[in-house]
Write a protein that binds this ligand. Structure first.
Ligand code: FAD
Ligand code: MLT
Ligand code: ZN
Length: 465
């Protein structure tokens, strides 16, 4: 260990696991974006809150930048370490700490994978309802730092709704206990909520107390084929008025082609331009009949062209795979990802504007649309042509994103619905937040981290000196 700063860290914390091999620097220095070359100083894998505190005291003392790291499934570059930062991985802090049956909460270490948390809730007969395809790899700490959404936001909301308390280590190494699981707490600023979606720029989340809920009634899963985007929102209104929806997710024929090429099973014989996977409560025969009636009403109106309802758990999983498999299936094509949102009422007009914009700006590229349309959240993935160099591709996409951001601004939407600003969306923060708001956000950051050592260069550009 030739770096004197690292030698000092090793002296202060002889038991700290510290990695500096090239393969480890590469592995822990990047997330799913794959756009930046990883170049961290080292990787620290603390095993306790006390070790995290001492690492932060060391980082403050030496002025070393620290990148908090969960499962690195992030899609906005938030966990990328490309400038000699120390990556602080919560990987080893992945245990359950407590279950409280009266409060109906679980307290866990921040490095616990989302799926492990869901399983722990299930073991107590309850549910942690935030859910999405990266569940096996992403961590609750990363979910909190990005305010992750997913496929059941329409019923249960984002991660923010489920966080009852947080233990956080500050840049200076102090330990904060935020909200302590209270339901009612009118004692001033809610720093717990400030931590959520802060993308590792305000503190290291080391423990979280999450709320749990009752398992939903048995559900049914339906795949619907639709003729156009107008029909999409008509069917959404129809289904929402008649059924208790748990999910309403959309994708296009282009997305379906990629998922099928990646090994998923075709569920309908014909080819259609748009699809929806929807899940709804179907506790009894009456609820199932209501679903069938809603389907038939949609067919009569010409909004639904075909559909299938899952008859078993295996079939439900197969239908879900058509939607959840999209990210992985397009990953080899190095997609340029957009993750935008507008109010639900603005979705029809926004989709129209997007169709015009993307048709005009990307005539030569393959564009994959999908997303949590019931929440007003659309994912637009532009796939890189094989013969186009990475930098040229990104430069072209950035030009279009400027126009997309301007359109979003007109609609009062957000440039990042659920993935975070990170590095990818950093130039467009001001399309979603006003100048005065950004100045206050920077002030909050300075209050928490005066030296600016926590995940610098993410969320907003470094402060002008
Ligand atoms: P990382 O990628 O490791 O980090 C993300 C950010 O959080 C970084 O800024 C990092 O510095 C910070 N951070 C991580 N841990 C901590 C901590 N303990 N304290 C402070 N800061 C921390 N996201 C959605 O919202 N909805 C989806 O439906 C969805 N689907 C996905 C599907 C796939 C297949 C993939 C690959 C990703 C998907 N994502 C989705 C994106 C991603 O999984 C989420 O952003 C997730 O919350 C990131 O968690 P992570 O542990 O991997 O965080
Ligand atoms: C999804 O909805 O599948 C995720 O947000 C991942 C993605 O956008 O690729
Ligand atoms: Zn999503």
């Amino acid at each position: 260990m030739t770096d004197s700063r690292l030698a000092d860290l090793a002296t202060r914390l002889p038991a700290l696991r510290l990695l500096t091999d090239a393969a480890d620097l590469e592995h822990y220095g990047r997330d799913w974006t794959r756009r930046w070359a990883p170049a961290p100083l080292a990787i620290a894998l603390p095993a306790s809150v006390e070790e995290v505190q001492e690492v932060m005291r060391w980082a403050s003392g030496h002025g070393v930048a620290v990148v908090p790291s969960g499962g690195r499934t992030g899609l906005s570059g938030g966990a990328v370490a490309a400038n000699g930062e120390l990556v602080l991985s919560l990987e080893r802090m992945n245990r359950m700490l407590a279950f409280d049956p009266v409060d109906r909460t679980l307290t866990v270490q921040a490095g616990m994978p989302l799926q492990a948390l869901q399983d722990a809730a299930k073991a107590h007969g309850l549910v942690y309802p935030v859910d999405f395809a990266a569940r096996g790899s992403c961590t609750i700490g990363g979910n909190i730092a990005t305010n992750a959404g997913g496929i059941r936001v329409i019923r249960y909301g984002n991660t923010r709704e489920w966080i009852a308390g947080l233990t956080v280590v500050t840049a200076a190494g102090e330990r904060l206990e935020l909200n302590r699981g209270l339901i009612k707490n009118s004692s001033g600023y809610d720093l717990r909520q400030l931590m959520i979606a802060s993308e590792g720029t305000l503190g290291i989340v080391v423990e979280a107390t999450v709320r749990l809920t009752n398992p939903p009634p048995p559900a049914q899963v339906m795949l619907l084929a639709l003729p156009d985007l107008d029909a999409l929102m008509q069917v959404f209104a129809l289904f929402q008025s008649r059924l208790l929806l748990q999910a309403f997710e959309f994708f296009t024929d282009v997305a379906l082609r990629h998922v099928l090429a990646h090994g998923a099973q075709r569920a309908l014989d014909g080819d259609y331009p748009y699809y929806v996977v929807t899940e709804f409560d179907a506790a009894d025969e009456a609820a199932q009949e209501a679903a069938l009636a809603a389907f038939e009403a949609g067919v009569e109106q010409g909004w639904i062209l075909d559909g299938v309802i899952a008859q078993s758990e295996a079939q439900a999983a197969a239908l879900w795979r058509l939607r959840e498999g999209i990210t992985e299936s397009v990953a080899p094509r190095k997609p340029y990802k957009n993750d935008v949102s507008v109010r639900i009422s603005a979705v029809p007009a926004f989709l129209q504007a997007m169709q015009e914009l993307l048709g005009r700006e990307y005539p030569q590229f393959e564009v994959v649309w999908f997303g949590h349309i019931g929440d007003g959240n659309l994912h637009i993935n532009v796939l890189k042509p094989d013969d186009l160099d990475d930098a040229a591709f990104i430069a072209q996409c950035e030009q279009v994103t400027k126009r997309l951001a301007a359109t979003l601004q007109q609609f009062g939407g957000s440039i990042s619905a659920e993935h975070g600003i990170g590095l990818v969306k950093l130039p467009y923060l001001d399309s979603t937040r006003g100048a005065a708001e950004i100045a206050l956000m920077r002030g909050v950051r300075r209050a928490f981290d005066p030296q600016g050592i926590l995940n610098p260069g993410k969320l907003f550009a470094p402060e002008p000196i």
